[in-house]
Design a protein around this ligand. Structure first.
Ligand SMILES: [Mg+2]
Length: 208
């Protein structure tokens, strides 16, 4: 991945969140406080504005995106995305490009940071219910010899299914956990926005 692609990824992710903003708010209204789409859209708008006028290398850009999301998204999502990116930046090189292995390592580090920060596990009805199996899915496809772009596209499709699969789960972390059994039957909004991230990544990789 190049730093130009990395910046394009955040513009693409913002575009997808902007389009789905009201839907993400509706999902959050069912089990949270109805602001997931608005919060993420606001943070990514700021990221897009910053990304447009930076020429920084991968690690610095990743750190910048993390800092902006941490300070503008607010709530649990801001802390989780911010921590993920700040940790991922440590796995990226101080240069304009990285290979697939480094990009995967950065993704893995980011997801570890989300796990550490949110104290959530698989099945808790959080974004990790998309992140963890998606990473495994991507790893499996790449190990089987798939080309990077094709593998990410397939994983993005899987991520969308995984997001919908959070509906029958009972929330055990975050605001939704207060609802107990009443959280069952609603899709987790953070899982849906995570799937949008995977789709954005697939779109950007397909362009080059
Ligand atoms: Mg919320």
């Amino acid at each position: 991945m190049t730093s130009t692609q990395f910046r394009a990824l955040w513009l693409e992710f913002h575009e997808r969140v902007r389009v789905e903003r009201d839907q993400l708010n509706r999902l959050d209204a069912a089990i949270g406080d109805a602001d997931h789409g608005t919060n993420l859209d606001r943070g990514l708008q700021k990221v897009a504005a910053c990304a447009a006028d930076t020429t920084d290398h991968l690690a610095a850009t990743c750190r910048q995106v993390g800092t902006v999301l941490l300070s503008t998204v607010g709530g649990a999502s801001g802390a989780l995305w911010g921590s993920a990116l700040l940790r991922a930046a440590g796995a990226l090189p101080d240069s304009d490009t990285c290979d697939t292995a480094a990009a995967l390592a950065a993704l893995g580090q980011g997801v570890s940071a989300i796990q550490a920060r949110g104290h959530a596990e698989l099945g808790d009805k959080t974004m990790l219910d998309v992140w963890l199996p998606s990473l495994e899915d991507l790893d499996r496809r790449l190990s089987a010899g798939a080309a990077c772009g094709e593998a990410v596209a397939a994983t993005a499709g899987r991520a969308a299914v995984l997001a919908q699969d959070t509906a029958p789960l009972q929330a055990r972390r975050g605001r939704a956990a207060y609802l107990g059994p009443r959280s069952v039957g609603h899709v987790d909004p953070g899982s849906v926005s995570t799937a949008l991230f995977w789709q954005a990544l697939a779109t950007v990789l397909a362009r080059s």
